[in-house]
Design a protein around this ligand. Structure first.
Ligand code: HEC
Ligand code: HEC
Ligand code: HEC
Length: 444
């Protein structure tokens, strides 16, 4: 949890405070140099030729669709809270950030915001008072939304019921509680600007790229981030981590698998199975569970078939980002894993790992979660069972998977995870008992 523990063990004999000071000065120096080259603006965008008064039915309806594609409601509606009234907590390595009220309430929502102010928050990540927003609000993606679509989103948000509700105060550690410091972050990691079509590609490819990159922000979870929380552009969609709050307030990390067409990523699924998964929450191989539930249930399944196909085609066109499979598990671990599998998993997932419609998903070159470089989500599934969508999807499965947290030790979970990652042509590498322990700790 506390990174200062790491610094305290440092062998180099300098104090933590001095180290942090030097690091801060260094960052500042870099930031100043960058700032000369490229200044982040906290000013409002002057929108020329945009009519933010537009509120005809067609525009409002288009805005509603775009809000579904951007999944605004999942983040801006708290559990059992009012629609879009904010207050949902987001766990980051730097503390807790709460989503805000984006209903048209004039005092606590965005009712008094001008269209330009709304455009500035979406495109630039800046509030009407000139303060920077935190990128938990995925404006690094939303910046790419076109002017016309921002107008439609604005018209839609103005049309929903106003709710009076103030968002709770963020709980961030110093220095991350200083919004002004975000200007350095932005200089280094944020590129402002609407999506530019690639004329060398088809209209379908461009539509898919636009939805995936600008609206659906799949990369927010599926792209790895650096130590300052910025997405690594050269590893776009190659697999990231997402921290979820579990009932009781503890934080559980999840791995989001590789969405490039790599051998442990979307290379495993033909385009039509990607479409089926995003459109219905299930395909030939798997069913939705965990953090993907809200992506699929609240967003992608409401999108038109054409848009979902375009997303799938775009993802399949990305350069495959092959990652190292990690250390291979040795035979004693695989032997133990086989025993656990045959005893506890094989009845449903079958000895072949192929599963079937009635019993369980396909673990043999089917589920991306099984072979993801980071096994956190695979371990979560085994320890806590797959968390199903609520309300549930119609399923042909006879019996849900149970949890194994009380039945299996860390070593047994690690062994069975290593086994399913290495068997049947899978190439995922070993899982350690320490990795399992990490997923258990998070739940308590
Ligand atoms: C992944 C979660 C997430 C998604 C998806 C998301 N938001 Fe947000 N949004 C946030 C958080 C968190 C904040 C608060 C950020 C802060 O305090 O700096 C925020 C802030 C905002 C703000 C600034 C409000 C203010 O009072 O300063 C606007 C406007 C906004 N979001 C609109 C949208 C729209 C429109 C969508 C859908 C297209 C959307 N958001 C989708 C998490 C999200
Ligand atoms: C809030 C974070 C988040 C967002 C946003 C997100 N994902 Fe995921 N995704 C995950 C996590 C975590 C997993 C692994 C656990 C699970 O399936 O829920 C996952 C799993 C997947 C899988 C593999 C499913 C399986 O069972 O093998 C696919 C495919 C996928 N996501 C596609 C997408 C696409 C396409 C988008 C954008 C439309 C997207 N995801 C957006 C977090 C996210
Ligand atoms: C009673 C039958 C049953 C047993 C026993 C069982 N599972 Fe499952 N498993 C399921 C079902 C059903 C799902 C699909 C749940 C969903 O995602 O909606 C599932 C999902 C999974 C997934 C997620 C696949 C994906 O990407 O969607 C993994 C991984 C998995 N099981 C591994 C295991 C392992 C390892 C064991 C043994 C320790 C095991 N299961 C035991 C029925 C079972």
């Amino acid at each position: 949890m506390n990174s200062s523990g790491y610094f305290a063990q440092s062998q180099h004999g300098f104090s933590i405070a001095r180290f942090l000071l030097v690091a801060a000065a260094f960052m500042l120096a870099i930031a100043v140099v960058f700032a000369f080259l490229h200044v982040t603006s906290t000013g409002q965008i002057e929108a020329q030729g945009l009519d933010f008064e537009t509120n005809d039915e067609l525009t409002v309806e288009r805005g509603r669709y775009l809000a579904l594609a951007g999944n605004c409601a999942s983040c801006h509606t708290a559990e059992r809270g009012e629609f879009m009234a904010g207050g949902l907590a987001f766990e980051t390595p730097f503390g807790t950030i709460f989503s805000t009220n984006i209903t048209p309430d004039p005092e606590t929502g965005i009712g008094n915001w001008t269209g330009e102010e709304f455009l500035t928050s979406m495109r630039r990540g800046v509030r009407p008072d000139g303060q920077h927003l935190y990128p938990v609000f995925p404006y690094t993606a939303f910046s790419k939304i076109t002017d016309d679509d921002v107008v439609a989103l604005y018209a839609y948000l103005k049309s929903i019921p106003a709710v009076r509700q103030v968002a709770p105060e963020n709980e961030l550690t110093f220095p991350f509680n200083q919004r002004s410091l975000m200007s350095f972050w932005k200089v280094m990691f944020f590129k402002e600007g609407a999506f530019q079509a690639n004329v060398a590609e088809s209209a379908e490819w461009n539509r898919g790229a636009y939805i995936v990159e600008a609206l659906a922000h799949c990369g927010a979870c599926h792209t790895p981030r650096n130590f300052l929380g910025a997405e690594l552009a050269d590893k776009a969609m190659a697999g990231g981590e997402y921290i979820d709050e579990v009932p009781g307030g503890a934080k559980r990390p999840w791995s989001a698998p590789n969405l490039t067409p790599a051998s442990n990523g979307l290379g495993l699924w033909p385009e039509e199975e990607i479409v089926a998964y995003l459109k219905t929450g299930m395909n030939k191989y798997v069913e939705s569970f965990g953090p993907m539930n809200e992506v699929i249930m609240n967003s992608t399944r409401h999108l038109g078939e054409g848009d979902v196909s375009a997303m799938a085609a775009y993802l399949k066109s990305l350069p495959p980002h092959e990652s190292s499979a990690g250390v291979a598990a040795d035979n004693s671990i695989l032997g133990m894993g086989r025993t656990v599998y045959n005893l506890h998993c094989g009845t449903c997932h079958l000895p072949s790992g192929l599963g079937d419609d009635e019993s369980a998903p396909q673990l043999a070159r089917g589920s991306l979660v099984v072979q993801a470089s980071n096994p956190a989500s695979l371990i979560n599934v085994i320890l806590y069972s797959p968390e199903l969508p609520d309300p549930p999807l119609p399923t042909k499965r006879r019996k849900p998977m149970e949890e194994f947290q009380y039945l299996l030790t860390d070593a047994e979970v690690a062994a069975v995870a290593s086994y399913v990652r290495s068997k049947w042509g899978n190439n995922g590498g070993r899982v350690t008992a320490e990795q399992v322990a990490r997923q258990r700790e998070a739940a308590h």
